[in-house]
Design a protein around this ligand. Structure first.
Ligand code: ZN
Length: 358
């Protein structure tokens, strides 16, 4: 507007000067032309300024998604962006591709769990909810994510087109977020197994410490996945601390014990795990099976075990949460501060690291 006024002023000047002499006319014309040209130039500069932030933020979106899967933990804004991005392509997360294995164990039915009030599953400790029919089993895995063993378990489950529930340790989730992402991407439920695998029933554990273990564990899973975890929890060593049971109830988090403990962490080899589980399941006829994707022998045993379950006429029930868990903001933020490496640079990734050849 100011430039236009200057131009108008010069045109006015031009008119008055015309009355006097031709030289004045030329001078005024040149001044007007310069002012108009300057106006165009400044306007195009302003437009470039307005456009610049859009370009920058669009570029930032890609490295943020990469950062979330990297070993270094991203700041909290990254998690939100990643969650927002992953909310759109929901379909590719659980492809409904037909199972390539005609003889796969598969999933016989899917149950949705309303976790309001913190229901307990697994007859080893909870007696109320008996939802499995004869010959039905639920596959559960604790203590991951871990290199080699967790991906091996995921491959076996994929080969058999079946689904499980995973209870990762929070610390492990911060070590290997990319592996935990694979678990979620394969369509398995991901709950939590505390932050550091502490026995919450220990005599020296305060209620506050137990709460911290629970909440930090779930926040670590959220940080790793860039998405909210399932409100499914398993106590380390199946030590059900009464105060924490009450707390989980108030948070609407379901508790998982088990029906069949594989004792895979004690097994000397894969065969022993297969024999333990099959002996127990043949006796009880059904149940929630407790295994560890952290364990090498479990990863080795799983292909054989799933074949044996199929041959024995057992069917896998997939457990899904009705709604994801709302993690607590103070734990999400506290965790980012704890885990993030100290650095003085706040430059975006793409200004620090450039691919120069591929
Ligand atoms: Zn454990």
């Amino acid at each position: 507007m100011a430039l236009r006024d200057v131009a108008r002023h010069n045109i006015g000047l031009l008119e008055s000067v015309t009355m006097r002499n031709a030289f004045g006319l030329m001078l005024a014309s040149v001044v007007t032309a310069v002012v108009i040209a300057a106006g165009w130039f400044l306007t195009s500069l302003l437009r470039a300024d307005v456009a610049a932030p859009q370009t920058v933020s669009a570029r930032q979106a890609e490295p943020l998604a990469v950062a979330a899967s990297a070993r270094s933990v991203p700041p909290r804004e990254d998690v939100e962006v990643t969650a927002a991005l992953s909310a759109k392509p929901a379909a590719p997360m659980q492809p409904k591709a037909a199972c390539a294995n005609a003889d796969a164990l598969g999933v016989s039915r899917v149950v949705e769990i309303d976790t309001t009030g913190g229901p307990g599953f697994g007859f080893e400790h909870f007696k109320q909810l008996d939802f499995l029919a004869d010959k039905e089993v639920v596959l559960t895995f604790d203590d991951g994510p871990w290199p080699v063993n967790t991906p091996s378990v995921l491959k076996t489950l994929a080969d058999e087109c079946t689904k499980a529930v995973f209870f990762p340790i929070g610390k492990h989730a911060t070590y290997y977020p990319e592996i935990l992402k694979q678990v979620a991407a394969a369509g398995h439920a991901v709950g939590s197994h505390t932050w550091s695998h502490a026995n919450l029933n220990g005599k020296k554990v305060t209620e506050q410490q137990a709460k911290d273990e629970v909440e930090k564990g779930f926040s670590a899973v959220k940080l790793a996945l860039g998405a909210a975890p399932s409100p499914f929890f398993r106590f380390p060593q199946l030590q059900h601390a009464p105060a924490t049971v009450a707390y989980l109830g108030s948070r609407g988090i379901a508790m998982f014990s088990c029906d069949l403990d594989s004792f895979d962490f004690k097994a000397k080899d894969a065969a022993q795990i297969v024999n333990t589980v099959m002996t127990k399941v043949d006796k009880s006829g059904k149940g929630i099976i407790l295994m560890h994707d952290f364990q090498k022998h479990t990863a080795e045993a799983l292909p054989i075990l799933l074949r044996r379950l199929k041959a024995g006429g057992y069917k896998v029930v997939q457990m899904k949460a009705k709604a994801p868990l709302q993690t607590l903001v103070e734990y999400d933020e506290g965790l980012v501060k704890d885990v993030k490496l100290p650095t003085v640079s706040s430059r975006p990734l793409n200004s620090v690291v450039q691919t120069v050849s591929q």
